[in-house]
Design a protein around this ligand. Structure first.
Ligand SMILES: CC(=O)N[C@@H](CCC[C@H](N)C(=O)O)C(=O)O
Length: 383
């Protein structure tokens, strides 16, 4: 199959989306932009419905015996863009630094294609808000709309800066980790910088805590299991000559097993008690959004690999699991399916202010998604 989509049209769309990154559950402009795109290809066998700031599109098949699902995430990240793009983000302090602009654009190409080539089976697209947090998948799955449109299998992609354009990579079983956000507040007695003995310094307390955290992965988690504890943000104090009354750390925990997640959280709780005793302060922990692992169905993965290996538009590569998180894992808990990486060859990685996915991925990426979905929608091809 040659590229069946128009690269330039998709690039223009991706650039438009790139300029309007919005936080989770605030994707209003993004939703409106997508709705306008879908309105142009609307047919009488296609239903377009809003869910929160997301969109669900149902394409009724000609002779359906099942429903195939596809999901694309929509939100941006609080990152100040530092690329050399002419079409940089117009939203200060926000950027599509995780490639969701590419994910959505490829999703729109698939919607347009199947609006023109009505499939035999039903097809449902989930344009999902808030993947980066607080998590749109879980509430979407609980919605009445999802229950009405529930697919029998589901697919999604994520861009991969480290793979060349034209590469699709995945693996059976666990692909992405279990995750938990981590927010800890420290509260003590602040005061004058010249009277440390009369205060409890929360800069020192939080700093000790961050250092102690590093021993969880090296000394508490089994070396045969895997975990990550990252602190991405620390905030404390008000001025250089005032001893800080409060501090806050924000981070994330990643584990391959549910057991390791419980162990890491248990250690964090014990360490907080230790910090309270040592620094005469109070701590409070909030685990924010938690995502389950992304687990690829083995049988569907086998079929995916078989199809990918015979495709002219992409090359398949088996990859290792990663400690990234994705709330698509919740879809895969409910419905069997596959998530895969799509190479975009960027020197800078996901969540970097300099991430620059190679746009030439749009046509082959969309063609592959269409080719794969078509094989699941056309009854002659399904094993
Ligand atoms: C693919 C990717 O980068 N996903 C995010 C998911 C974030 C989950 C949650 N907000 C957390 O930080 O734990 C990731 O950071 O892996």
């Amino acid at each position: 199959m040659k590229h069946i989509v128009d690269q330039e049209r998709l690039a223009a769309r991706r650039r438009a989306l790139h300029q309007i990154p919005e936080q989770g559950f605030k994707e209003i402009k993004t939703q409106n932009y997508l709705l306008a795109v879908f309105e142009e290809s609307k047919t009488d066998f296609m239903t377009i419905e809003k869910w929160s700031t997301g969109i669900v599109i149902f394409i009724a098949g000609t002779a359906p015996s099942k429903t195939i699902g596809y999901r694309a995430d929509m939100d941006g990240l609080p990152v100040t863009e530092n690329t050399d793009y002419e079409f940089q983000s117009r939203h200060e302090g926000m950027m599509h630094a995780c490639g969701h602009d590419i994910h959505m654009t490829i999703g729109t190409a698939a919607v347009e294609y199947f609006a023109e080539h009505r499939p035999e089976n039903n097809l449902v697209f989930f344009f999902q808000p808030a993947e980066e947090g607080p998590g749109g998948a879980e509430p979407m799955l609980k919605s009445k709309l999802f229950k009405q449109r529930r697919p029998d299998e589901i697919y999604a992609l994520h861009i991969a800066p480290e793979f060349p354009v034209g590469t699709v990579a995945s693996k059976p079983g666990i692909l992405f980790a279990n995750t938990s956000e981590l927010f800890i507040d420290f509260q003590g007695k602040g005061g004058h910088a010249a009277y440390p003995h009369a205060t409890e310094d929360m800069v020192v307390a939080a700093s000790h805590f961050v250092t102690q955290l590093q021993t969880i992965v090296s000394r508490n988690v089994s070396p045969l299991d895997s975990a990550v504890v990252t602190v991405g943000k620390v905030e404390a104090g008000t001025k250089q000559n005032i001893i800080a009354e409060t501090a806050r750390i924000e981070g994330t925990i990643r584990t391959l097993s549910v057991k390791a997640m419980q162990e890491v959280k248990g250690r964090i709780e014990s360490m907080c008690k230790g910090i309270e005793a040592s620094f005469r302060c109070r701590t409070s922990i909030d685990y924010g959004a938690n995502y389950c692992q992304v687990y690829n169905d083995e049988k569907l993965m086998e079929q995916f690999v078989k199809k990918a290996e015979s495709s002219d538009v992409i090359t398949f590569q088996e990859c290792d699991k990663a400690m990234t998180g994705e709330d698509f894992g919740y879809f895969l808990e409910e419905v069997p399916g596959v998530m895969f990486w799509l190479g975009v060859n960027s020197e800078y990685g996901l969540h970097s202010s300099r991430l620059q996915p190679d746009e030439s991925v749009l046509a082959p990426g969309a063609s592959w998604v269409i080719e794969w979905l078509e094989s699941r929608l056309n009854k002659n091809e399904i094993d």
